[in-house]
Design a protein around this ligand. Sequence first.
Ligand code: FES
Length: 330
Amino acid sequence: MSDSPTTAPAAPGADWADVIVVARSEATPRIAVFELARADGGQLWEYEAGAHVDVEVGTDRLVRQYSLCGAANGPHKQYRLAVLNEPASRGGSRAMHDLAEGDTLRIAAPRNRFGITPARRHLLFAGGIGITPLLAMARTLDARGADYQLHYCARSRAEAAFVADLEHHPRVRLHFDDQPSEQRLDPAADIGEPRQDTAVYVCGPGGFMNYVLGSAADLGWPGSALHKERFSASTTTPSDDPGQGFTVRLTSTGALYPVPEDESVLDVLRAHGIAAPYSCGQGICGECIVRVRAGEPDHRDDVLTDEERADGLFTPCSSRSNTPILELEL
Ligand code: FES
């Protein structure tokens, strides 16, 4: 996860810590690697491979999400983040790239909806900076002696981080757009036919995600086997396809809140002082998930599985309602 746009203030209810940049290096001309340690010298939170943290950075206190790419086992004195400088982003990656050793920032306790699932075999597909969570997952799978393959796709070797660590690994295959076609990702061979014992994990830019996930679906892989983490929303959000206004009712109080066509449920609830949790604000992190008690949701997220939607879960930051009233368990 990288440079998803949330603005200050930080999400309510989260556990935050002041951290110092204790080391910074350049993995590529556009990817900086940061080692972060608590300013008070204490331990950081434990986490599972695939987790990300909210980072509050810069004078505007921008909050962004970045995956943890260091080894995930054991207590942590330091966290490692790798951040791509994206000129088209809304400022988070530039603020991160302005950091030098000794600078301070705040991070929240890690969260994870992209962890390793129970499976006998694992196929990992990383596009560009999407390598960050999958690198941590590959290290964990190595430590377990698990059966896996990591496919790492990038525009060129020069733009790919961590290549020196990965290129001689027997479970890693590198695919560069500027190299001969025989080393490019081949969905038929590299994803292959569906296997019940295999979990597939995908992380990268939107076009890469759509290509890999679409190819897997075409090959017959069920959605339940495909695990994904996006950097930005692929589905329409209230701002680019507002749809109809509707009313939200909360089960705890019975209070009614009209949601205009150009505002999200989350925005409306926060404007009324409801302490609804959130982080990314665009349907990709899962922090805001609540349960629907009545009404029919119009799901517009990239985080819930089909099973979770069928189970009544809903993302107030991005999704809307197909019915005039939507009752939420809040
Ligand atoms: S705040 Fe991230 S999915 Fe809603």
